[in-house]
Design a protein around this ligand. Sequence first.
Ligand code: MEV
Length: 313
Amino acid sequence: MTMGYAPGKVILFGEHAVVYGRPAIAIPVTQVQAQAEVQDVPTDKGIVIVAEDLGFTHRVGPEPTINEQARPLETIVLKTLEWLHITPRPAICITVRSTVPLARGLGSSAAVSTAIVRALAAHFSIAITPQEVSELVYQTEIIHHGTPSGIDNTVIAFEQPVYFVRGKPVEPFQVGRPFHIAIADTGIPSSTKVVVGDVRTAWEANPERYEALFNRIGAIVQRARIIIERGESHLLGPLMDENHQLLRALGVSSRELDLLAKAARKAGAGGAKLSGAGRGGNLIALVTPKTATAVERALREAGARDVLITAVS
Ligand code: MEV
């Protein structure tokens, strides 16, 4: 039996604009985790995938599955086996479990796929680099999310803060001094595919306005990177607020996210913004060891389903 693990992620700055070539900054979140377990089984069983949290078992057949739920899992398993040159198909059972909440901007799909790739590579004793893991996982992200930028698979496969520009080699960067953020779950699922599709429709209808908003977001990301590298994280708050306003202007915030942002700021957070695709999912707020408890309480009182405090280091 072999295991593979992967963390969740949040985007600190730059979501949506990153789909249009601007930079974004993302960090791994280790308090949530996906895991995959690979076991050899009798040869007549073929490949079996057990998705414990989703409550289904899928047997991989000779033709690609038409089962929507099983398709991304089947795809990542078959693509990884092909990449590892494992032929003929082995008889294995892959059991997947995850504490990364689904459809909340924490990268659940990329985390599950990454855990599967790592578990399969370990099972067949083949070394695989983070870049190779990321490229394999991107192929299933397309099934989940349409035309994703690739930031989720990159930050999860590299497991360190990344400054990401679509199509460019990843740039891990140094956090000058660790700082803390609160991650508040609205409890509202959000489909990245739908929200990214809506932004695309709006961009097509009014390219000048949207390009200008993306440029302003890109400039925030560049400033944020310098601040993080210098260890001056107390200066990040206003940039988070500004980024949130620009995301509102893109049409991807919601009443609940705006309420949480307001509550976090009032309770002492340095700044707050939605994180990920928006409409639902998560809000992040800049906290310190001194403000964390009050901000967490305020977020819960304002309707957050769950709040995590995570260190960025
Ligand atoms: C989703 O986590 C982030 C988006 O920017 C989409 C993407 O980058 O593919 C909204």
